[in-house]
Design a protein around this ligand. Sequence first.
Ligand code: GRF
Length: 214
Amino acid sequence: MSKRRTAILISGRGSNMASLIAAAREPEFPAEIALVLSNKPDAPGLAAAKAQGIATAAVDHKIYAGREAFEGSLQKMLDAHRIDFICLAGFMRILTPSFVQRWEGRLINIHPSLLPSYKGLHTHERALADGVKVHGCSVHYVVAEMDAGPIIAQAAVAVLDDDTPGSLGARVLEQEHVIYPLALRLAASGALRIDAMRVIGAHGAPAAMVSPRI
Ligand code: GRF
């Protein structure tokens, strides 16, 4: 089996990156992490990846005149490492429609909400403010519109009475670390087919979660 040469794009601490790196060490995993790339040269995740022996690169968006020039350098770096699949993991730059189109079907992202609810930032604060009882995270294919692509995997967590954005976010993050490797495994193995907004081939969980518990 030839493994998909995968790049993880980060901007920060890289805990999801670490979960993908760990999963990809399994011999049967269909993707290998061939590059960790950050738009921030001082991202803690870059140092963590390097320490694990993974190739790393920084493409500092601040030195480019615009998004196209920045993405041109990004693309060169991806080409140099013969990358053919990308995972965004806390990558805080919006990608242009032409970059997204070029990588269509080979570009996935993790988002800390049950999409299509709470696209964008501050998802845990907004979920608490709305009083939802169930919150969670999603891995989805990236399309030009932000956080709007076909969903591969989701995990739900119950919102507790005494939750703060921090406590709720921590429980969601635990689940992110479960579903991102799962989604990458499915997507990289070619098991998935996209039919409009539905991703076919990612079999769902056997039971529903109801909150409050019954
Ligand atoms: C995660 O919550 C992810 O869902 C969001 O950004 C955060 C990145 O965290 N897109 P980490 O860098 O993976 O720890």
